[in-house]
Write a protein that binds this ligand. Structure first.
Ligand SMILES: Nc1ncnc2c1ncn2[C@@H]1O[C@H](COP(=O)(O)OP(=O)(O)OP(=O)(O)O)[C@@H](O)[C@H]1O
Length: 313
């Protein structure tokens, strides 16, 4: 067994009646990683998360959390993680500080330790100024940050976040991202589900793409994007008479074909990526070829998602 893999999911499967919600899903998460489960509505992300967090029993396959089997050793497996959902399990009539202290005591902390831990978390999540207001006065974003803070009271080794930023405005979403990154810098491992490609791209070290209950791809955001075809170079030559010369230069540097449409030239860059771009620019300049514009476009996770899911829905 590889002890670096704090979460191990092996070939899990879940049926609801005749419907297969999850089939043959396997992945492993290393300590300190942010791992994203990405997929459209109904893909199976929540069902996978529920099986990992022992809320649902898988019909087949095995899940180990820090080495503990979620079915055979569920009590120990549950001690390894904390989970936050889309609704906070907090008391509306109490303040943020009081809620944190109650959860601290429920987690076995003494009064003094709970008080200090509450201050630490309120500071980390930028809630110290509002610490003594009742939650009724809290915005959605503040509530979500408190929810995350509450789930960290017991310093869990693994944190599961189910759509942590759904419904938040862009500014609050960025604050949540910073809070999650800070957690990982302090040694946590995070598994999050999201429907937002941008969120997975920004936050996750690796992403598993889920569609119709199956894992259709896994990798770092850049590995997934490379499967779509790497970087694309696009430039427009100012003088129509120099287009062929520019085409030859780029073809020679890339050893690949260049598509020409009037003055616009496009080509796919291989793994060498940006290093060949400066060579192309230098050679075009030496040849006295002027350009109206020049761009290198990275494929987005949207491109990956469309390419991998189109035709299967
Ligand atoms: N308790 C249940 N009984 C029957 N079908 C279910 C049950 N839970 C989930 N499903 C079905 O299993 C499939 C996967 O659902 P799941 O909630 O895991 O998807 P999801 O990726 O989390 O979607 P969303 O982004 O909308 O939350 C869906 O087709 C859903 O209708």
């Amino acid at each position: 067994m590889n002890h670096d893999n704090i979460v191990q999911v092996r070939n899990i499967e879940k049926h609801f009646g005749d419907k297969i919600a999850v089939q043959g899903v396997s992945f492993a998460i290393k300590k300190g990683e942010i791992f994203g489960l990405l997929g459209p509505n109904g893909a199976g992300k929540t069902t996978i998360l529920k099986m990992i967090t022992t809320l649902l029993r898988q019909d087949a396959g095995k899940i180990l959390l820090n080495g503990f089997d979620t079915l055979a050793q569920s009590r120990f497996a549950r001690q390894q993680f904390s989970v936050t959902g889309q609704t906070a399990a907090v008391d509306e009539d109490l303040s943020a500080r009081e809620n944190l202290m109650i959860f601290g005591k429920l987690n076995g902390l003494t009064g003094a330790v709970a008080r200090n831990r509450a201050i630490e978390l309120l500071t980390d999540f930028d809630l110290l100024h509002s610490a003594d207001q009742t939650l009724a006065t809290f915005s959605g974003g503040m509530r979500r940050r408190l929810d995350l803070a509450v789930s960290l009271i017991g310093k869990p080794a693994i944190l599961f976040l189910d759509e942590p930023t759904t419904g938040l405005d862009p500014r609050t979403r960025t604050q949540m991202w910073q809070a999650i990154q800070k957690l990982v810098a302090q040694g946590s491992t995070v598994l999050l589900t999201t429907q937002y490609l941008e969120e997975a791209d920004h936050l996750a070290d690796r992403i598993a793409l889920i569609d119709h209950g199956r894992m259709i791809a896994i990798g770092t955001p850049s590995q997934l994007k490379q499967q779509v075809g790497g970087l694309q170079l696009r430039l427009e030559v100012a003088d129509l008479k120099q287009v062929t010369q520019a085409q030859t230069i780029i073809q020679d540097v890339l050893a690949a074909s260049v598509h020409v449409d009037e003055r616009t030239l496009t080509a796919l860059l291989d793994d060498s990526g940006m290093s060949v771009v400066s060579q192309i620019l230098n050679q075009l300049q030496t040849a006295g070829i002027a350009m109206n514009n020049f761009a290198v476009k990275t494929p987005s996770l949207d491109d990956v998602f469309l390419k991998m899911t189109v035709g299967k829905n």
